[in-house]
Design a protein around this ligand. Structure first.
Ligand SMILES: [Zn+2]
Length: 400
């Protein structure tokens, strides 16, 4: 990235304040489901910037989310003096649990966590971008059209906050811009879809020392099923002639004692693909592998194991057309900063999945977060500042 484009760009921001804002946000603990301290910090900041209390609301999303939520989505609506369709800007307030307690330090143009935690630049960078946009709009008294800012909850636990938000509460925006990425050149126009798979594997219990031949081991069925999936290329990274995707069994629970043939194991897994039909094909491969593994394991009386499988959608894949107004606006905004926009598809789910399916076509933009969900996470400060300018240029409509 070069700094050349900045000179020709009409949008300027107070970079020192933008950096301080990000550092303050990174220091707030807010693992997924526990975003209250972040929401309270934002509310204080917004009021001090002159945003009226009547423009700030916390929605009732927790009443539609089946797991504990400390607070709802924080929504800010600014009407502005210019007309035109309403634009939505969003970022998620929560971090992965690994980022809890992060102590951010600035070193050579980057922010790192001081200890062995993640940083939480995912997605405090996006939150700081939105707050900087509002600050600059207020500070410069910049004319703008109708804008909505969504600070969502529980993104990291399955996009639950965005899934539960109501378009009416957002003021029915026409387009959306989600700040939750790394390199500002990247305009993410689509994302993968995912399905959750929950299994219960049933074996037959027996004394493992006295009569193991009377039992059927659920552990052996699991091992056999995973071996079949691995052999056929359906486990982990999947590259088949008819499609691609990923799958994983991430949670395994079961067994009580070493002297009992294990009769029950509970498994939680997931499958992801951009292609809905291929996603279903992956799920079918899992069903077949467990079916064969269960029926192939029998005790001396000929009784075999069995399994139950529940499948549900986590989120739906989407891909915006290149001529969608939000894609066009994002591409022009990136180019106006002297950068070369690149359209891409994400392999992870995004709040944009739900916002787009809600009728708000949403692109996802970069704001400097890197190596997310790891203890090597860092924020590239120049990219974060570009993200702030990108957001501001989209808010004031200097980009036609
Ligand atoms: Zn994120």
């Amino acid at each position: 990235m070069t700094n050349q484009g900045f000179r020709s760009n009409p949008v300027s921001i107070d970079e020192k304040k933008a950096l301080d804002r990000l550092l303050a946000l990174l220091a707030i603990k807010g693992p997924t489901g526990h975003e209250k301290a972040v929401a309270e910090h934002l509310t204080r900041e917004l009021m001090s910037l002159g945003v009226p209390a009547s423009a700030i609301l916390v929605d009732d999303a927790p009443s539609r989310i089946p797991v504990f939520c400390e607070v709802g989505n924080l929504i800010v609506r600014l009407d502005g003096v210019l007309g035109g369709p309403r634009r939505l800007f969003c970022a998620h307030m929560d971090t992965v649990p690994l980022a809890a307690g992060a102590d951010p330090v600035v070193r050579e143009g980057r922010i790192y966590p001081k200890g062995a935690t993640a940083l939480g630049g995912d997605d405090r960078c996006g939150v700081a971008v939105l707050l900087t946009m509002i600050s600059e709009l207020k500070r410069g008294n910049l004319p703008h059209g109708p804008l909505t800012f969504l600070f969502s909850i529980r993104e990291e636990s399955g996009l639950l906050g965005a899934a539960a938000v109501r378009a009416e509460a957002l003021g029915l925006p026409a387009t959306g811009f989600n700040f939750d990425g790394g390199i500002p050149e990247d305009v993410t126009v689509g994302a993968t879809g995912a399905m959750r798979m929950n299994f219960t594997v049933h074996g037959i219990a027996a004394h493992a020392g006295i009569h193991p031949e009377r039992g059927v081991s659920a552990v052996a069925i699991l091992a056999d099923a995973v071996h079949r999936l691995e052999q056929a290329g359906w486990h982990g990274l999947i590259r088949a002639p008819e499609g691609s995707g990923t799958s994983n069994i991430g949670v395994v629970q079961g067994g009580d004692a070493t002297n009992v043939v294990t009769d029950r194991i509970i498994l939680k897994g997931e499958a992801r693909s951009h292609d809905r039909r291929f996603l279903e094909r992956i799920v079918t491969a899992y069903r077949e592998a467990f079916h064969h593994a269960a029926t192939d394991h029998r005790n001396e009386a000929g009784a075999c194991g069995r399994f139950d499988m529940e499948v549900e959608d986590s989120y739906t894949a989407f891909a915006l057309p290149q001529d969608a107004p939000c894609v066009q606006a994002a591409v022009r905004a990136v180019a106006s900063l002297g950068l070369t926009p690149r359209l891409r598809i994400s392999n992870g789910g995004l709040d944009a999945n739900w916002l787009t399916s809600l009728g708000i076509p949403t692109v996802t933009l970069g704001c400097g977060q890197h190596e997310i969900h790891t203890t090597s996470e860092y924020v590239a400060l120049d990219e974060y500042l570009v993200g702030c300018k990108l957001g501001l240029s989209l808010a004031v409509g200097t980009v036609p």
